[in-house]
Design a protein around this ligand. Structure first.
Ligand code: GTP
Ligand code: SPV
Ligand code: MN
Length: 596
């Protein structure tokens, strides 16, 4: 055993108790140093866990291939273990804590025999921030240790910040044999504890990320009066040097990383977008009555496919060094490739499974949920506030899903309650970020369906209750980059061009620009969105921004099913919003609203 890096009795007893259960031959306390990283990397390479890439072109970069049966989050095997089923609510899998502890204990028993248990202390949030949370993850996976080192402030600094306190998340992860039938991701909100086994992939095992920062985080947020959200955080700097901060919640693989790293098109000369975070926001009410956000993470676990010099140069720049790639394709000269990186794939690729890739096979070279794990410090657009313990003040919040129809390019809610309603009723097509069928529309409220650690209706009530505490609330918007033409073409070019929408959002938040009131919210009038030098036809733009009464009526109809599922805890205000909208739409008749 390497020497314990703390004399905190709570940490020591947690480690010894779990070591007794898992029976590792060795315990390694992670200090987070460069020397430790080098040693663990060398060991991972020797064991075939990491494959070195061209170290001249991509210094410190490695490829990891996961088991083909372990490539995404597993929502069906993710459990919220609260004393009652009602506390977990109708959208979460529930297991009684006693039952879960017993099941997990039997799986963990002796699981680390012959191996090493790594003690990974980490902080979610800037070191020293009153909003940060500390966790200790015990794991037998070097891949997890090295990834946690990128994604969180990991090592001695976390133990120093913890001191003698008992207030830390207790996480235990064991790879077992990666058998999907033995895979469990169990959360114990009341104990601030997480247990994960039989996976070695991303959101299932990097316990600081979805497990602590969102599921346990959302639970703590309600208890303590703040919000833990699946949101990116960005700052928009105007040519005059004024920076406005915005958060946005899009479901998994629906564009958060891309939006957070947006590069404004030429037309927006002098404008700059800075990334504070690309996946998670913790939001607290400041003394000034505004909502302030920190990014609890220190790195990006981003979707590789679709990332290119054209779509997201900042993401590509972020993974030029010290990056772990998972399930991407390998080129003969030690570089990485994925669908969409370049138009033409390089010759001689090895696919994500490790086999020679045949371009005519119809198989993908990279897995659709292939990821890069890169330090945020690599991002050329990293905000100078990303490490600020206070966080950044938020002027606007955006919700957005992946919808072929109905939802317009941009919509501003009338007020906080209406904005929360739009977020709570958001639908989106499923993606490869979780196992299961892709492209099915499901309700994904506030992009939190897989990540809310307690009853969804109660979560909505918490959102509504927050309004009383926020004197100057952010304005709430909804976007949809994914609306399609009848032939299945995206109507809006997206990516950098989303700056045009973002500009309207911040101008609206500042009360600087007009809009048109429709029954479902405010939309830009003709001329309010700057479309100059943009390659889009008037017809496509109109179709992308159309509010179609028939489509909305169908949407509101189908909402009843969702509301029925959520049950009694759903805020009465949301039922009222739905009824009101139906009445207004009925009064309007069919078809599209008047052209803008
Ligand atoms: P998680 O890390 O899973 O939470 O995902 P994310 O929300 O950060 O998603 P990301 O930015 O990685 O985007 C995933 C996919 O959305 C990629 O395939 C992108 O190509 C696509 N995408 C992102 N932005 C746009 C856009 O503006 N328009 C279109 N059409 N596609 C987009
Ligand atoms: C997501 O699925 O929303 C992610 C990736 O950000 S994972 O860490 O696997 O959850
Ligand atoms: Mn995510």
């Amino acid at each position: 055993m390497t020497t314990a890096l703390t004399d905190n009795p709570h940490v020591l007893s947690f480690v010894s108790e779990k070591a007794k259960l898992c029976q590792p031959d060795r315990i390694h306390w992670c200090d987070g140093s460069e020397a430790e990283k080098d040693a663990l990397t060398a060991q991972a390479v020797a064991e075939g866990i990491l494959i070195p890439l061209d170290q001249e072109k991509l210094p410190g970069c490695y490829l990891h291939r996961s088991s083909p049966l372990d490539v995404a989050r597993v929502e069906g095997r993710t459990f919220i273990c609260t004393p009652t089923r009602e506390e977990a609510g109708p959208t979460n899998n529930w297991m009684a804590p006693d039952e879960a502890y017993a099941k997990m204990k039997s799986l963990y028993e002796g699981s680390m025999k012959g191996g090493t248990m790594y003690v990974v202390p980490y902080v979610m949030g800037p070191i020293g921030s009153p909003f940060s949370k500390i966790g200790v993850e015990l794991t037998d996976s070097i891949y997890v240790v090295l990834s946690m080192r990128v994604m969180a402030r990991m090592g001695q600094a976390a133990l120093n910040m913890l001191g003698q306190s008992d207030d830390f998340n207790r996480g235990l992860h064991a790879k077992l044999d990666i058998d999907p039938e033995k895979r469990y991701i169990c959360h114990f909100p009341e104990d601030n504890a997480i247990m994960s086994c039989s996976s070695n992939y991303g959101g299932n095992v990097l316990l600081g990320k979805k497990c602590l920062a969102l599921r346990i985080g959302s639970y703590l947020g309600r208890k303590e009066g703040w919000l833990a959200e699946h949101m990116l955080i960005l700052g928009v700097e105007s040519p005059e040097g004024q920076t406005t901060y915005v958060t946005a919640a899009f479901p998994s693989a629906c564009g958060k990383t891309n939006f957070a790293m947006l590069i404004p098109p030429e037309r927006f000369d002098g404008w700059k977008v800075w990334t504070v975070g690309d996946d998670i926001a913790w939001l607290h009410v400041g003394d000034d009555g505004r909502l302030w956000a920190i990014n609890p993470e220190a790195g990006y676990f981003g979707v590789a496919p679709g990332t290119s010099e054209k779509s997201n140069p900042n993401a590509l720049a972020s993974c030029q060094r010290d990056t772990i790639f998972t399930n991407v394709a390998l080129t003969p000269d030690g570089d990485v490739w994925w669908e969409g990186k370049t138009d033409v794939p390089p010759e001689g690729l090895i696919d994500w499974r490790g086999n020679a890739w045949d371009p005519s096979s119809g198989e993908k070279a990279a897995h659709p949920n292939a990821r890069f794990c890169a330090p945020m410090a690599n991002n050329p657009a990293l905000s100078s506030k990303a490490d600020d313990p206070k966080g950044v003040p938020i002027s606007a919040m955006i919700f957005g899903g992946r919808r072929e129809t109905t939802i317009p390019l941009i919509l501003q809610s009338f007020n906080w309650t209406h904005g929360a309603f739009l977020g709570a009723t958001m639908g989106s097509e499923t993606t490869a970020a979780a196992t299961g069928k892709v492209g099915i529309i499901r309700r994904d409220p506030m992009a939190m369906l897989p990540f809310c650690g307690y009853d969804m209706g109660t979560y909505f009530n918490h959102w509504l209750a927050m309004q009383d505490k926020i004197k100057s609330p952010p304005k709430i918007f909804m976007v949809n980059w994914f609306r399609k033409s009848a032939e299945g073409r995206f109507l809006w070019p997206g990516f950098g061009e989303n700056m045009r929408v973002l500009k309207w959002v911040i101008d609206r938040a500042m009360g600087k620009v007009g809009g048109r009131e429709t029954p479902v919210g405010w939309v830009p009038r003709s001329g309010d969105l700057d479309l100059s030098f943009l390659d889009i036809t008037r017809a496509d733009f109109d179709a992308a921004t159309e509010i179609n009464a028939d489509e909305w009526r169908a949407e509101l109809d189908s909402l009843q099913e969702w509301f029925d599922k959520l049950g009694d805890t759903l805020p009465a205000a949301f039922h009222a919003q739905r009824q009101l909208l139906i009445a207004v739409l009925d009064a309007m008749g069919g078809g599209a609203t008047a052209a803008s």
